[in-house]
Design a protein around this ligand. Structure first.
Ligand SMILES: [Zn+2]
Length: 229
């Protein structure tokens, strides 16, 4: 089971060949995309043919996690191919712009539910953000948890029980006041549970890497890199 970081920035990508939130989780014959922020579509096609995407999970509906879904639909139209997208259901204009399309099979999911997506079992956990957000626990040969965007909450500890890797919104500096976690949270998850942590959702102007120098179990997400879970 592998994780490829397609885009790691939020709320917008750093200049150059970068993208906002998008990750690819691959098993033997399943490819699950997590979020699709601006810039991710072209970078995703460096790594996978769109035809080979099994399903997409959207953690929440902020633009930096969703906006390339619109360009993605043009590709679906070219291929005349349907894709399943799992997310929270919302009756908002943006929700309908994103998902009301004949080639998108939107599957509403809630905290506490589990579904099968190809060879993976996905389970959802409510997070705390300025927009309704779900973390996803992905169980295949290994287990990965992706937090989406959130401040610290105990559901994360529930989600990571026995997991192999935590991909988390933990890249803000200590003392950061906002709807995201900071580097201290990444250290805490690693120390408390022993889980390997990949810190992501980077601000374009702040590199947290020096803060993790003495923490071999924590890495800062690297775009284009594939991690063996
Ligand atoms: Zn967000």
């Amino acid at each position: 089971m592998k994780l490829t970081v397609i885009g790691k920035y939020g709320p917008y990508a750093k200049s150059g060949n970068h993208a906002a939130s998008c990750y690819l989780v691959s098993g033997k014959n399943t490819n699950l995309v997590l979020d699709m922020g601006p810039g991710s579509m072209s970078r995703l096609t460096d790594k996978i043919d769109i035809e080979d995407i099994t399903a997409i999970f959207i953690s929440h509906l902020h633009y930096d996690h969703t906006s390339d879904l619109l360009a993605f639909r043009y590709r679906l139209e070219e291929l005349d191919r349907k894709v399943k997208i799992y997310s929270i259901e919302q009756d908002t204009p943006w929700f309908h712009i994103l998902f009301d399309h004949p080639l998108i099979e939107h599957i509403p999911v809630k905290s506490g539910e589990s579904v099968n997506a190809g060879e993976f079992r996905l389970s959802f956990y409510e997070m705390k953000h300025t927009e309704a957000c779900l973390a996803v626990r992905i169980e295949g040969e290994k287990t990965l948890v992706y937090t989406g965007d959130t401040v610290y909450n105990d559901n994360i500890l529930q989600a990571v029980r026995g997991a192999d890797l935590l991909l988390s919104d933990t890249s803000k500096p200590l003392g950061f006041k906002g709807p995201h976690m900071n580097i201290g949270n990444a250290r805490e998850f690693n120390e408390k549970t022993g889980i390997r942590v990949i810190s992501t959702h980077l601000s374009p102007g702040y590199d947290p890497a020096p803060e993790f120098e003495n923490y071999p179990g924590i890495e800062v997400a690297e775009e284009g890199k594939t991690y063996e879970i």
